[in-house]
Design a protein around this ligand. Structure first.
Ligand code: SF4
Length: 125
């Protein structure tokens, strides 16, 4: 017969391992994707839903906003950008371009040089 001094810690150890496994598995099953920070804000006189994370990164991450072909308000503006821009104006929404076959690198005089743009008043930057 085993000594009670060895059986009790053994049983307690088994119970502890089972509890840890239970919480690990329950945590894995109950994991949900992180909720995005979505909030209502007013743009152009209208309340719209905004993904605050992507909205904050749009100016630095959008391919169009770094592209030489983007010339808002000019006749030689990129036709793709113009198409999306008109859709965004109609729906009061915004997006950022993440890939494009026609992207053109532009030479910057200054890090934030947007002087070649003639930005219309309703173009949200
Ligand atoms: S060429 Fe592509 S990246 Fe450049 S402005 Fe047009 S759609 Fe945007």
């Amino acid at each position: 017969m085993q000594d009670q001094n060895t059986v009790v810690p053994f049983v307690l150890g088994i119970i502890l391992v089972m509890l840890i496994l239970f919480f690990v598995i329950a945590n894995m099953l109950g994991k949900k994707p992180k909720a995005k920070k979505v909030k209502k804000q007013t743009y152009f006189g209208e309340e719209v839903w905004v993904n605050l994370e992507s909205e904050a990164r749009r100016e630095t991450e959008c391919l169009c906003l770094q592209c030489a072909a983007l010339k808002p308000g000019q006749p030689d503006n990129c036709p793709h950008a113009q198409y999306f821009y008109e859709g965004c104006v109609k729906a009061n929404c915004a997006f950022m371009m993440t890939r494009c076959r026609d992207f053109k690198t532009r030479e910057l005089k200054e890090p934030e040089d947007n002087s070649h743009w003639n930005i219309p008043p309703h173009f949200d930057m």
